[in-house]
Every structure is written in structure tokens, then in C-alpha cells.
Design a protein around this ligand. Structure first.
Ligand code: AHR
Length: 529
């Protein structure tokens, strides 16, 4: 009887928890040990890349409003968006897709905007595309936010010649016809193209190819689609990313890596992509992005943690052909893919963004950091107004999401050196879903700071953390934490500061650091020595 009453009570509390801020239950303890003298690989800044596809309001409205818009802009590009993105030190932006890339013909997006043809975006909702945001506008955006272009070429419906000419238009320094055309369009100096995507999901929307067919095309594109910028001939060379897997099986990676093993002077690739989204209930995505409860929260985090297994499987194949880890595994699409928001165009992939999404982003970034010897590039999908976005806009309205703030907290990790952390994560269980209670990574920055990131996955309980700091004489420590009243807390245009980072208390004493991390939170501690 007592059990029944307790059961009813817990059930009642569960219901209440879905509506009310969750009560903070007594703290659990987790002990971390960090030896700062041990170091791992560099956490490449390119792991914090973004993805901006021509999809819904990702580019149009999200970035591009046009020079005549009443929304403040610089040459047509939103000023509020640029200012916010500069803070993230976005290392690279993947464009124009995604599935859109294999249907994009770049010539339609250059020259005087009033003379560009209208086309139909057949990849995303059959909407009219004015082509106003083309190559030069994208490059202007990249320059305004201080990033590096990651251009995906059209392998599905284009030709090697079309792609080669696009590269010539972007990168020719000599007065070739295409270089002159670029100059006439306002840009005499060649652009730098940091990364080249050789197709996108060629096993599916990119042309439903077999691995063998793709590999043949990949070699041809790699051979002939060349960067002509003299400043990119040495260290700063353009890296070529081949299409990789989107499911955990390894057939595709085998085919690409087997071919790479035998590559000659004539062609090469520097990376293989991998796409994996958090879709806890399978396709089509059905988790809600607002007004959801603990069940969805727990399932989403569980699904995210699968990324680790997925990477391991692909890495095993890559290691077989490339034990020196020359070829990068580039997770150039990742993030939470929820059901479209009610009332939105389902083809525009519009969703809200909650503290749950920030937490699952931290889990993904931590997994990437642990695989940093092979995973040296990643792009969250997507930057603005699409899927797990940094920023949401509605005409002149603009709001930064919890995922934006999470990325901001991780900026110091860009190019820092990974330091192993030893800990027993404990467990958090909800509705039969078992999760680690805590996740953590550490890194050392170029200027000698030790960074510790701690994610408390437990939605109900705060955790008392104590850290043994070995190999470092810590002088001072500061911490910032991101949490929210409920797992589905979001920022809105009307209430933009519900989920924002705040300062957290930390104690340093005798080589030990201690702090309490709140339920459903991400905390970054910075230690000066
Ligand atoms: O990010 C949305 C879409 O997801 C991309 O266009 C495609 O590559 C993937 O399937």
C-alpha cells in the first residue's frame, strides 16, 4: 500500500515536473581527476563549424535581407546576425547545402542581382529562389563574420567542368575570363576556399549512387576541381571532403578509404564526411521542440550518445587504411532534428531550441573532443532558422538560442589541447532510459589556462563535483553555467533571456576544485595557473 501511494506520488510529481520548474533534489557527488601534464590531440577549431543551407529561412531572412531592407544590414546582410556570429568565432561555414548543393548551378547566383534568374528550390519546398544570395554574397557574409568558406559542389546534377569553373571564378588570381568576371562583379582579389565538399549524401538525395559509382566520380572531381589561389598552394591549401556515411554500416567508408589508400598524384581527399542527427523516435522526426517533458528529454540525450559508437565504427575502417590518421572524419551534419513547429512549412525544418538541445550539443562536442585525433571538423545543422539553430529570426525580430550560448561557452576550447579526465559518471534514469549522470572534458589553451566542461544530464538533481588537479598549480578559477527552469525552457522574441549563461561559484583549495552543478546544466570552468 505504502509502495502504491509512493508510486502515485512519484507519478504525480512526474506530471507536475512536466509543467512546473523541477525541484532541485539533494546533490549527488562525482569526483573528477585531471592530470594537466598529460595531453592528447588538439581540439581543432573546425569542430565548431556551422552549416548554412539554402533551405527555408536559413539564408533568405536569416542572413540576407537585401540592401534596401529596413532591417539594419551591411550590403544586404543582417547586422544583428553578423554581430552575434562574430562572438562565436565560427571557424567555417558549409554552403549551399546539403541536398540543395546537388541541385545548385552557381552561375545563376552571380552578377547584377536584378538580372539573376528566378529558379525553384526543388530540394526544399519548391519555393521561388531569387538567387540574390549567391557566391559573392556568401563570401561577403563569411568575411563579415570572420570565418572560412566550406563550399559544397554539385556532383549530383552538375558536371566536373561546371564545378571547376566555379572554383576558377572564386579563386583565380590571374586575369582569366572568370577571374575578370569576378572582378567586374566587385571582387578583384581571389577568395580563399578553405574546404571543398565533393557532393552531399550521394547515397540518397545527392543522386542515390552506389559507393563504387560515387568513388569513380569523386576521383574525377578531385582531379579537376582545382583551387587557383596562389596563397593556397602551401600550408593553407583547400581541403577536399568526400561524401561519407549517414548510417552506422561501413560499406561506404570502406569504398572511399580503400580508393584513397591507392590514390596517386592525380587526386586526393583530405576528409570523409559523416552525417548523424539526434532523431530519438526514428524518421520522420517526431520529438517536440517545445512543451515536452522528461521522456523526450531522456530519449533525446540517449540518442545523441550513439554518436560515439557511430564514430568508433567508422574510425576502425579508416584506421585500417590510414593508421597515420591523415584523413579527417568530418561530421559535417549533426544536431537535433525535431518535428516541424505547428503552423510552419514542414519543408523549412523550423523548430524551437531548448536547454535540452544545448545539453545534447555539449554531449556531441565532448564526443568529438574525445575523438579529436580523427574527428577534426564538424558542422552543426544548421546556423539560422533551420533545425538546431544558433539564431531564430522573424523579419526584424531576432533571438539567440540556448545552443548559441552553449557554442559561446565552448569558444575557449577551439584549438585547445585535449586533457584526459578520469571520473565515474554515475547514473541518471528516467522512464527506463539509462544515462550517465555527468559528462566532462578538459583542455589546455595556448595561453596556459586549464578548461573543464561539466554537463549534468540529471534533470532533477544537482551534483557536487570535486576535482583533483594534478600537474598544475592552480591560482584562480572562474565558472559559467547554462541551465534553465525546465528541460523544455526556450528563449523567445518576447523573453529572450530565459536560458542564458550565468556565473557559477567555484572553490579552489589545496590542489582541489569544488563546485555544485545545477540539474540539466552545462558548466565551463576556467583555471589560471
Ligand atoms: O540538414 C538538412 C538535410 O539533412 C541536408 O540537406 C541533407 O544533407 C541531410 O539529409
Amino acid at each position: 500500500m505504502e509502495e502504491l501511494v509512493k508510486g502515485k506520488l512519484l507519478f504525480g510529481l512526474g506530471l507536475l515536473a512536466a509543467i512546473l520548474p523541477l525541484p532541485v533534489i539533494a546533490a549527488e557527488n562525482v569526483h573528477l581527476s585531471i592530470d594537466a601534464s598529460k595531453s592528447g590531440p588538439r581540439i581543432d577549431r573546425n569542430l565548431f563549424g556551422q552549416f548554412a543551407e539554402n533551405l527555408g529561412h536559413g539564408l533568405y531572412e536569416g542572413i540576407w535581407v537585401g540592401p534596401d531592407s529596413p532591417i539594419p544590414n551591411t550590403r544586404g546582410i543582417r547586422k544583428d546576425v553578423v554581430a552575434a556570429l562574430k562572438e562565436l568565432k565560427v571557424p567555417n561555414v558549409r554552403w549551399p547545402g546539403g541536398c540543395f548543393a546537388d541541385q545548385y548551378h552557381w552561375r545563376k547566383g552571380i552578377g547584377p542581382r536584378d538580372q539573376r534568374p528566378a529558379t525553384v528550390n526543388l530540394a526544399w519546398g519548391d519555393v521561388i529562389d531569387t538567387n540574390a544570395f549567391g557566391t559573392d554574397e556568401f563570401m561577403d557574409f563569411i568575411q563579415q563574420i570572420g570565418s572560412t568558406p566550406y563550399v559544397s559542389i554539385n556532383l549530383g546534377s552538375g558536371t566536373p567542368q561546371e564545378a571547376a569553373e566555379w572554383l576558377e571564378y572564386m579563386t583565380a588570381a590571374a586575369p582569366t575570363a572568370l577571374g575578370k568576371e569576378r572582378a567586374a562583379n566587385g571582387r578583384p582579389e581571389p577568395y580563399k576556399v578553405g574546404f571543398l565538399g565533393i557532393g552531399n549524401e550521394s547515397w540518397d538525395c545527392g543522386g542515390a549512387m552506389t559507393p563504387e559509382y560515387y568513388v569513380s566520380l569523386m576521383k574525377v572531381y578531385s582531379r579537376f576541381v582545382l583551387n587557383m589561389n596562389p596563397a593556397q598552394r602551401g600550408q593553407d591549401q583547400m581541403l577536399k571532403i568526400a561524401v561519407g556515411p549517414g548510417t552506422p554500416d561501413t560499406e561506404w567508408t570502406e569504398a572511399v578509404m580503400k580508393a584513397w589508400k591507392k590514390h596517386t598524384w592525380a587526386w586526393d581527399i583530405n576528409g570523409v564526411s559523416l552525417h548523424w542527427y539526434t532523431v530519438p523516435n526514428g524518421w520522420p522526426p517526431s520529438t517536440k521542440s517545445e512543451k515536452f517533458g522528461l521522456d523526450d528529454y531522456a530519449k533525446s540525450l540517449k540518442s545523441t550518445l550513439f554518436m560515439d559508437d557511430f564514430l568508433r565504427k567508422q574510425e576502425a575502417v579508416m584506421d585500417k587504411y590510414d593508421p597515420e590518421k591523415k584523413v579527417t572524419l568530418s561530421v559535417d551534419e549533426w544536431g537535433a532534428w525535431h518535428a516541424p513547429l505547428t503552423g510552419s512549412n514542414p519543408a523549412f525544418l523550423v523548430q524551437q531550441n531548448s536547454i535540452r538541445d544545448a545539453i545534447l550539443a555539449s554531449l556531441n562536442l565532448n564526443i568529438f573532443a574525445r575523438h579529436a585525433d580523427r574527428v577534426r571538423m564538424a558542422n552543426i545543422a544548421q546556423m539560422i532558422n533551420v533545425l538546431q539553430a544558433m539564431i531564430l529570426t522573424d523579419k526584424e525580430k531576432f533571438v539567440l538560442t540556448p545552443t548559441y550560448y552553449l557554442f559561446k561557452m565552448y569558444v575557449p576550447f577551439q584549438d585547445a589541447t585535449f586533457i584526459p579526465v578520469t571520473f565515474d559518471a554515475g547514473a541518471y534514469t528516467h522512464g527506463g532510459v539509462f544515462l550517465p549522470r555527468v559528462d566532462a572534458i578538459a583542455a589546455k589553451t595556448a595561453d596556459g589556462k586549464l578548461l573543464i566542461e561539466i554537463t549534468n544530464l540529471d534533470a532533477e538533481t544537482s551534483v557536487a563535483i570535486d576535482v583533483d588537479l594534478i600537474g598544475i598549480t592552480a591560482k584562480s578559477a572562474t565558472a559559467e553555467t547554462l541551465t534553465a527552469p525546465t528541460v523544455d525552457s526556450i528563449n523567445t522574441f518576447e523573453a529572450p533571456s530565459t536560458v542564458v549563461p550565468k556565473t557559477a561559484a567555484v572553490k579552489l583549495q589545496g590542489g582541489k576544485l569544488s563546485l555544485t552543478v545545477e540539474p540539466r546544466s552545462v558548466t565551463v570552468v576556467s583555471i589560471e595557473q
